[in-house]
Design a protein. Sequence first.
Length: 721
Amino acid sequence: MAKTFLKPGEVSSRKSFPEPNSSRLLGIGENAYDYESTIAASLLTRNTSLPIHNYKEALLYAVKEYRTVVVVGETGSGKTTQIPIYLLKAGWTNGGKAIVCTQPRRIATTTVAARVAEDLDGSKGTLGQVVGFAVRFDNCWDSERTKILYATDGALLRMMLTDPLLLKFQVVMLDEVHERTIATDILCGLLKKIQRLRSDLRVIVSSATVDAEKFRDFFETNDSEDSSYNTAVILSVEGRSFPVDIYYTTYPVQDYIQAAYETTLEIHKKEQDGDILIFVPSSEQVDRLVERFQSNELQICNLRKDRKSLYCVPLYSGLPYKEQLAAFQPAPVNERKVVVSTNIAETSVTIQGIDFVIDTGFCRIRVYSPETGMDFLCIQSISRASADQRAGRAGRNRPGKCYRLYTEDSYWNLLVEHSIPEMCRTNLATAILQLKAIGVENVMNFPFVDAPSAKSVATAFEVLYAIDAVTEDGVLSEFPGMVMADLPMEPFFARTLIAAKDFECIREIITIIAMLQVEQVHGDSVFKYSSSREHKSFESARKPFCVAEGDLLTLINIYDAFEASGHSMRWCGHHGIVPNLMKKARLLRRSIALSLSNVMYGLYGASALSHADELLSQKNPDPSSIIKAILKGFFMNSAVVQPDGSYLTLVGKKSVTIHPSSVLANRLPKYIAYCESIHLKRTYVRNITVIEPQWLIQVAPHVFEKRKSRIEEKWKNLISE
DNA sequence: GAGCACTGC
């Protein structure tokens, strides 16, 4: 197959394509801005200025003639909003079918849907009718009326549990495929399989230029030499970003924090107006650099004759929401804003007004080790694709500059072309459970875009077997396996939730899952104090709720106290608790209860609602019942204390340490179980509960009974040491 | 006394 690189507007076609218009017009960015609405221009102006308009005929032709169309182009082309509209107007939804367009993130899914609804009907009020969205626990669409559905990739995957051939849809568009999220990757494989059975289905994948051919070849089914039988084609659309000048260092830098600081001062001294965005790998380094700027503010404004000042704001996901907002506020007149950010600003959010990017060339990523079953967080060099994405952040409004704190030689020879896809660096238990539930019998034969290692697939099966999701032969069990796949949460929590029925503590387990979801972001808790930066305030705010059993029951206490206060804002304020997060937990509890009513009790509509309320009514179970239900999902994460205050996991014999934010950090109970572990300098465990060793044998005899005597012997030795 | 990148169901 020819591997020529196409210019914008070119299609590798068997027939001639309509010529695109040559004009290149400018307008508002395509990516929905997350923190406030920035729809400024009139819709008419915006739409006619989108580059994608020049390719409308070419696109419709390609979709008609080919089963798969790979649309390549930078952000800002308008493809996300316009392609579904073109297809709708061209009649692709006739016959009661719809178009679905996936996004990797919830916020983009809902905001894009709102914009397209407004585009079509002139009013956002129609969202949920012709145009709708589907994200977990929030469905805003109508299976009869909705013609364009925006969904998160994970939500579409979940729909395949009930509609494995996606018969509702005539066209499936996977957007941002180059991000290689695990859900998008799995959808690619599943769609390739569906295409064998449904010749009418059209697939559009939208990707960054660099890997378009990979996806075209992945979907191409023509084995013959005759390209007129090709089933997949690339359509290339230009973006609307501005040129960005790239600068490299002459020599490798020793200290990139120092280099970033100095480069910022140079820019401030010599360059015209425009804000600066600095990418560093970790939140810790963000804080360090911000502090450095803040303590030198006076000297910095003396750098310029006009004494223009410079102020610096941090940005990372763990930062309290209100503090994040400062990064998005436009800079005051005669001040220059410097945003120091982690990877969050690379794709997840867009900051307007950035003209200069400083790229350290590093990021922190999570890597799963199937050998140890542990997650590692390590700092790595970014990929060239990432570096280009970061640079592009400077060219959204006008031409910009990007300063790379590494040499050009490093860029070409040290950085890899693409980052490792999520599929190949995460625990696959959830993904494989889903594939099994959708009906993929032989996971090793699945058409992966990039296949994960056999070892990580094997480990995932072991994990699924341990929590009863699959049999010894790797076959999905009707119960609890299928039920776990149906529940919209990680399989370990699903297992716990199912067990909660037998232990009569559904209400409590739902509360724990909801609270953990809200607390998921590190450093972020329901308390307004950061557990790391304001540790003292954090601890004293949490103290009234703490119990000796550990973090999980402490979370129940916090939630129950919030309920008892009548969801009072004043109560939250008095206890240093963020009301919005508690509100979120409250909504999540109801959503989880509703899912459980649907999935486990087969209830829908009004009866599901009243059943959900019933599940959430007070039962006051024994604390040990709650912990046993937790153990049913997390017994693999049990550990015994060591003389030095660390712990040894009972399965796998790994050394772990209680994370300083845990209520058990200084108490060192003999036996614990934890919900989460992460390896930094040491392996930290979080969300911990105290357990009795005999409970392990009770909840997981298949793992602990056989080894009971041996393990007990070992424990005796460990404790007597 | 030491600390988690970013998503999603």
